[in-house]
Design a protein around this ligand. Structure first.
Ligand code: NAP
Length: 249
């Protein structure tokens, strides 16, 4: 058990929500970031408080640097930062080829998935690094198995953004390895969340389930469990590494 603060971007729904609940169960004080769905974030906070946990909801579109600064200021008031989960992420419309993609779409995917994650990590390192007087901590970055598959004819821009996250996990982990901070990534496979609907294909995960070696899609809690393990001291020698959690896909 810890009483440290974990900041979870996109903690309002899906994998972030499951991670928020699991982290609260380990004693973390949870900062639930959300982009626009305040009701969902408030529900997560209420669920944590109902189990005698501590949580706050903070609006943060990670494409906005000013929102990120406010997110971490709120975390500072809540306690000592011990972990960041860079979870908030988006896909563009599914089924759009690169030769049809708008610059705006590509820039938005990169701004949220890549720049947002790097800026959040910057703020976390400033607080957790022993180089800056901090007490150490953990950063977990949400990648995707799309980084390895490339997602042709689906969303290559999204796959490329997660490839960038894999390089970021590697590089940042090495940069701060001797400063008390571990950095790790997760590549989820097909997980049962609303992200597929946001890409215009609500049934995508279920449709592709037969292609998964385990013949099923994953649940958000199964990703949260891996994130929680990476955050824990049981993963004390894990850094600069990214774990596939895909049912074999
Ligand atoms: P989801 O169900 O669509 O939930 C997305 C979460 O991210 C929500 O809490 C949302 O906040 C937040 N969010 C959206 N845009 C944001 C922004 N601009 N700034 C900050 N937060 C933002 O997604 P999910 O499936 O849980 O995915 C979570 C992470 O796992 C993502 O990084 C995704 O790429 C990755 N992943 C998911 C799958 C999968 O199959 N589900 C597979 C591989 C990787 P609001 O509630 O306010 O909208």
């Amino acid at each position: 058990m810890t009483d440290k603060v974990v900041v979870i971007t996109g903690g309002s729904r899906g994998i972030g929500r499951a991670t928020a609940l699991a982290a609260a169960g380990r004693g973390y004080r949870v900062v639930v970031g959300y982009a626009s769905n305040k009701a969902a974030a408030d529900e997560v906070v209420a669920a944590i408080e109902a189990r005698n946990g501590k949580a706050i909801a903070v609006k943060c579109d990670v494409a906005e640097e000013s929102d990120i600064l406010k997110l971490f200021e709120a975390a500072d008031k809540f306690g000592t930062l011990g972990a960041l989960v860079n979870n908030g992420g988006i896909v563009g419309r599914s089924g759009v080829r690169v030769d049809e993609m708008s610059a705006e779409r590509i820039q938005r995917v990169m701004a949220v998935n890549v720049t947002g994650s790097i800026l959040c990590a910057r703020e976390a390192v400033k607080r957790m690094s022993t180089r800056h007087g901090g007490k150490g901590g953990v950063i977990v970055n949400l990648s995707s198995i799309a980084a390895k598959l490339g997602s042709p004819n689906t969303y290559v821009d999204y796959a490329a953004s997660k490839g960038a996250i894999d390089s970021f996990t590697l590089g940042l982990g090495l940069e701060v390895a001797n400063e008390g901070i571990r950095v790790a990534g997760i590549r989820p496979g097909l997980i049962d969340t609303e992200i597929h609907a946001s890409g215009g294909e609500p049934d995508r995960a279920h449709r592709l389930a037969p292609m998964v070696p385990m013949k099923r899609i994953g649940q958000a809690e199964e990703i949260a469990n891996a994130i929680i393990w990476l955050m824990s001291d049981e993963a004390s020698y894990v850094t600069s590494a990214t774990l596939d959690v895909t049912g074999g896909r």
